[in-house]
Design a protein around this ligand. Structure first.
Ligand code: RP5
Length: 165
């Protein structure tokens, strides 16, 4: 089965402004994305069902974004053997530290690959790197992206050198 699809699950529509950066980055790699709002607390049964069926539904990776007591990524990871990438969202008075700890501090046996607070773009790149293991097309796009990133830093360095002369 083709497993190049990525599920992007967010705990609330209020997470969308951050999560959109992951969706846009995945689309830039031509990776099919399916986005949903599901909550570990407000829609626990839907979240569990989604995770249980995700592999059979052709997903290769799940990205889960949530804030506050952010249990979404953990609940999804508990119900699938697909890799789950967690994005802790900065959505509370605790500046996202609550979300970070709730997402990253998983017990042994149920890993969640957690990116930085609001680190949506890295979540997408990590998902692409996982899929690239079985997709030469995605691998090529990642290599191109990294080269462009390198070129852009070198260009900035060149400009800085000129300015400082
Ligand atoms: C979490 O609570 C969501 O992921 C969101 O980051 C936060 C606040 O949700 P809303 O009250 O804005 O819907 O479950």
């Amino acid at each position: 089965m083709d497993r190049t699809k990525v599920a992007v699950i967010m705990g609330s529509d209020s997470d969308l402004p951050v999560v959109k950066k992951a969706i846009d980055r995945l689309k830039s790699f031509d990776i099919p994305v399916e986005a949903h709002i599901m909550s570990a607390h407000r829609t626990p049964e839907r979240a569990m069902k989604f995770a249980l069926e995700a592999a059979d539904n052709g997903f290769g990776v799940i990205i889960a974004a949530a804030g506050k007591a952010a249990h979404l990524a953990g609940v999804l990871a508990a119900n699938t053997i697909l890799p789950v990438i967690g994005i802790p969202i900065k959505s509370s008075t605790l500046d996202g530290l609550d979300s970070l700890l709730s997402t990253v501090q998983m017990p042994s046996g149920i890993p969640v690959a957690t990116v930085a607070i609001d680190g949506a773009e890295n979540a997408a790149i990590l998902a692409a790197q996982i899929l690239a293991l079985n997709s030469p097309k995605i691998k090529d796009k990642l290599i191109t992206m990294k080269r462009e990133m390198e070129d852009s830093v070198i260009e900035k360095d060149d400009k800085l050198t000129i300015q400082s002369c």
